[in-house]
Design a protein around this ligand. Structure first.
Ligand code: 13P
Ligand code: SF4
Length: 304
């Protein structure tokens, strides 16, 4: 912590001067999560907070689509991204033309789009979803067939939870969660009996089937905090366990994890630079933002 302390102090002082708040995703490293964030959460919680927060400036510690969602919900605020290159393999897997292609293939079916997408893709969709509300949103659609974009694994996991719907999906995936296999989980359980396996729903469905629990990043934190298993393997991004390990000394976090190279582009140095230079502000074309806002707001309204 000693090497982070000067950055943490400087960021927290500058944050006040600029009237800024730092919204951080659960995958941020511990020095960001515990040191400088004003609010931490999963994608849905961050979107709700962005709309609610009173500050004029938001520093989004997460990936680009999260900053865009904040800007869509709060167009009058300055939303700063410490590194514009922090993308997401899911967001890169589809464009608005891809959504139109799905609509042509399945005429009349509503498009439920994961928030891990660009503003243009959200604008082309009927409603958004996150990992914490996807099943609820799909179940609420007034149609037997529902198009889910762009995460095929989230769609397949939702299909298992909402069997009354015919779910069709786009062929996207998360480079972090697609690496886990059911065989890895089975072997791990054999070698480490008693370990609670907890998987994010961006993992393939056979991985989720091997797990004891599946949920959004905040759902995972809540599960471990409530259950306090003796040993837990979080089948998701590495910072998740690092961020909660100190508060849960009774839980032994075991097993391998995968790192999201995009999330890890956000560092204390870049946050400080961002606040110092007020860069880089995220911009969304107002017409695109108006349409995308409808899709995001419909999701927030249905989730509350
Ligand atoms: P959550 O909404 O569960 O935080 O997921 C976001 C994400 O990018 C996971 O890879
Ligand atoms: Fe995207 Fe996967 Fe990284 Fe989440 S973990 S931001 S879904 S690449």
């Amino acid at each position: 912590w000693a090497r982070y302390a000067p950055y943490v102090a400087a960021i927290n002082a500058l944050k006040k001067e600029r009237g800024a708040v730092i919204l951080a995703h659960n995958y941020m490293t511990p020095e960001i999560y515990h040191g400088v964030a004003d609010f931490v959460g999963d994608s849905l919680q961050l979107a709700i907070e962005a709309a609610r927060v009173e500050a004029d400036v938001i520093v989004q510690c997460g990936v680009h689509f999260m900053a865009e969602t904040s800007k869509i919900l709060s167009p009058e605020k300055t939303v700063l991204m410490p590194d514009m290159a922090a993308g997401c393999s899911l967001a890169e897997s589809i464009t608005a033309a891809g959504v139109e292609e799905m609509r042509r293939k399945y005429p009349g079916a509503p498009v439920v789009t994961y928030v891990n997408t660009t503003a243009e893709v959200k604008a082309a969709s009927d409603i958004c979803c996150t990992s914490s509300n996807a099943a609820q949103i799909v179940a609420a659609m007034d149609s037997d067939t529902v198009i889910m974009t762009p995460d095929k694994y989230l769609a397949q996991n939702v299909a298992n939870q909402v069997p009354q719907k015919n779910i069709v999906w786009w062929d996207g995936s998360c480079i972090v969660h697609e690496q886990y296999t059911a065989k890895d989980l089975r072997e791990f359980r054999e070698w480490n009996p008693g370990t609670r396996l907890i998987a994010h729903p961006e993992c393939p469905p056979d991985v989720v089937a091997e797990a004891d629990f599946s949920g959004s990043t905040s759902g995972i934190i809540k599960y471990v905090t409530d259950e306090k298993p003796e040993k837990a393997m979080l089948i998701t991004e590495c910072s998740m366990a690092s961020n909660i390990a100190d508060e849960l000394p009774e839980v032994d976090f075991v097993g391998p994890c995968n790192m999201c190279p995009y999330m890890k582009m956000i560092t204390l140095e870049k946050i400080l630079w961002s606040l110092h230079t007020m860069s880089e502000p995220v911009e969304v074309d107002p017409q695109v933002a108006d349409k995308a806002r409808l899709a995001v707001q419909r999701m927030i309204d249905l989730s509350q």
